[in-house]
Design a protein around this ligand. Structure first.
Ligand code: NA7
Length: 468
């Protein structure tokens, strides 16, 4: 939450932050998931992998680099971890500057205005507040029914490993799974993913399959339609994973140095004693039920971020929602958070950025006859000399079919997808139309210009490959 925003209004503000170590004992500092075990270390490790690709490309561009090159995990880990620690420190300083009292305590509700904070040493502090914001986020799930599951690590651990995880199996097919498997492959590790159903549930499925197609061609092994059954530690120290192939119904096994669970995240609401404050949760998801103004079932208690029901599990939405809440509470504002058309990017080796509706959602909401899908397979200029395969470089724009064709969703797979989509997200937020987009002149030569040049519809059945 933007506690600093609340403090700036002159109110007395305290923030309780306490990291429960992961089952593997990993702990970290102030700043939450994004800073410590999410976006920041993930993007830096993704960049590490991209650099490896650039080194290979460099040869064709005339750089005399002896191949193969070797990547040293410990050097990367130290660099990433010290950057994260500098961010922890920066957050602490910012809180002090804004006169926010930071308390390294784990909070539980005693009643609707009282929270008890407990330190690592067990010392208790009672705090009372007029307004309370819950923003405890979520933590990776572990399966309850798989013997040996605790031998595996999660995304809470991968970024803090001092030594290379070696041959790794990532279980799950969410963006967390694909991103981690992507950078592990990229730094040269033998990496596999186990997918029980579909990749990237909730995302456009044509795009999701292009992402996994690229990963497979890039060296990540994908075990499709497989579910883990058991993990055993062998005398060699390796982990033997036994799984069932749901298509052949056959049990298979293989040993790995590391198994990483990426099977979703659970909201951190269980230990908060929310019942004592009367805060309602959805018993199925464990998430806190909130209104449009982030208010829970108790009028002065708010919930923001991953633990709030129905909210995207994304850092920037939580930050913005916190800021707006502070402005509403203390700054005479009435502006509510608008959760529509939030852009996001999956940082797989070939990145996937999107904003707005998937093709499936657009069909469901408007009917197939009422949408027009423009698409293109394009080749980034940089790929040509490097002789990179551009098979999965693809753009899809979903529009309304009538009139000027309002853009409902934009999907882009290719280099720097986040940078590309961020700009177009403004247009889509402003209800841009296909007509307006095509009248915008592209910047040559970029990948993003191929978005402006989209002109082949899926309905036409014409070849969408960009040739010039
Ligand atoms: P998600 O999106 O909840 O994804 C969890 C993934 O793990 C998904 O691929 C699941 O497959 C898979 N899964 C779940 N349980 C198992 C077991 N037991 N075995 C194998 N595979 C399993 O999780 P994330 O935390 O990564 O993402 C959270 C949100 O952030 C997400 O909703 C986005 O909006 C942003 P399934 O598809 O259920 O078959």
């Amino acid at each position: 939450m933007r506690v600093d925003a609340a403090a700036q209004s002159g109110r007395k503000v305290a923030v309780l932050d306490f990291v429960e170590p992961s089952p593997q004992g990993t702990r970290w500092g102030l700043g939450g998931t994004c800073v410590n075990v999410g976006c920041i270390p993930k993007k830096l490790m993704h960049h590490t992998a991209l650099l490896g690709g650039a080194i290979k490309d460099a040869k064709n561009y005339g750089w005399d680099i002896p191949l193969p090159v070797h990547h040293d995990w410990s050097t990367m880990a130290q660099a990433v971890q010290s950057h994260v620690k500098s961010l922890n420190w920066g957050h602490l300083v910012q809180l002090q500057d804004r006169k926010v009292k930071y308390m390294n305590l784990k909070g539980v509700f005693l009643d609707k205005h009282t929270v008890q904070g407990e330190s690592k040493q067990g010392e208790k502090t009672i705090l009372t507040a007029e307004n309370i914001v819950i923003a405890t986020g979520g933590r990776p799930k572990y399966p309850l029914d798989i013997p040996g599951a605790k031998l595996g690590i999660s995304s809470d651990d991968i970024f803090w490993l001092q030594d290379s995880p070696g041959k790794t199996l990532v279980i799950g097919a969410s963006y967390v799974a694909l991103e981690c498997a992507g950078f592990l492959t990229g730094v040269g590790l033998d990496t596999s993913i186990m997918v029980r159903s579909i990749p990237l549930r909730g995302f456009d499925q044509q795009m999701a399959h292009l992402v996994t197609d690229h990963m497979a061609s890039y060296g990540t092994r994908i075990f499709w339609k497989c579910i883990p059954i058991k993990i055993e530690k062998l005398d060699s120290g390796k982990l033997q994973v036994i799984w069932k192939n749901l298509e052949s119904n056959v049990e298979e096994r293989e040993s790995f140095d590391t198994v990483m669970w990426a099977i979703g995240r659970a909201p951190e609401t269980g230990d908060l004693c929310l019942d004592k404050a009367g805060v309602q949760i959805n018993p199925e998801t464990g998430k806190i039920i909130v209104g449009a103004n982030e208010e829970t079932s108790v009028s002065h208690i708010y919930a923001i971020g991953d633990l709030a029901e129905g909210r995207p599990e994304l850092t920037p939405t939580a930050i913005k929602a916190g800021k707006l809440l502070a402005h509403r509470l203390f700054g005479n504002s009435t502006e509510l958070m608008n959760y529509d058309n939030v852009a996001t990017t999956v940082f797989t080796p070939l990145e996937y950025g999107c904003v707005g509706l998937s093709e499936e959602e657009a069909v469901q909401q408007y009917g197939e006859d009422n949408i027009e899908v423009y698409h293109a397979y394009y080749k980034p200029l940089e790929f040509t000399i490097a002789e990179r395969d551009a098979t999965q470089c693809y753009i899809k724009m979903v529009c309304l079919r009538e009139g000027d064709q309002r853009i409902l969703g934009l999907h882009f797979i290719g280099p720097n997808a986040g940078e590309v989509i961020q700009g177009f997200a403004l247009g889509i937020k402003c209800n841009a139309t296909y007509t307006q987009l095509s009248s915008t002149i592209g910047i040559h030569p970029t990948c993003a210009e191929d978005v402006n040049k989209l002109n082949i519809t899926k309905r036409s059945g014409l070849d969408p490959t960009v040739t010039a």
